[in-house]
Design a protein around this ligand. Sequence first.
Ligand code: FES
Length: 113
Amino acid sequence: MTWRSTDIAGATLADGASREVLLGTTSVLLIRSQGRLYALDAICPHLGGLLADGLLEGERLTCPEHAAAFDVRDGHVLADPFGIEPPLDGVGPLTAFAVRVEAGTIEVDLPDR
Ligand code: FES
């Protein structure tokens, strides 16, 4: 695992906001929810929906394509595609990455390739 700088100042990501950043070949979605910072795979594991265009409600992120929903705290599935809840293994979880603010800048811990 390697900490990678996003070049985004931690203070610029407001509560309830998200921002997609490309780190190498990995698209990461940064989210600040309820004062905490999270980093998740930015691509929906169902059929590739762009989660930066999803609906963020507290700690729940809903894909804009088919309404699968994920918990931003660890990426686990809250609803399958088409809003089926509780989920029935219709989609896998989002990858969640460790995230921190170092010297004011957001860093994400990505696996080494
Ligand atoms: S692409 Fe995200 S729910 Fe289908």
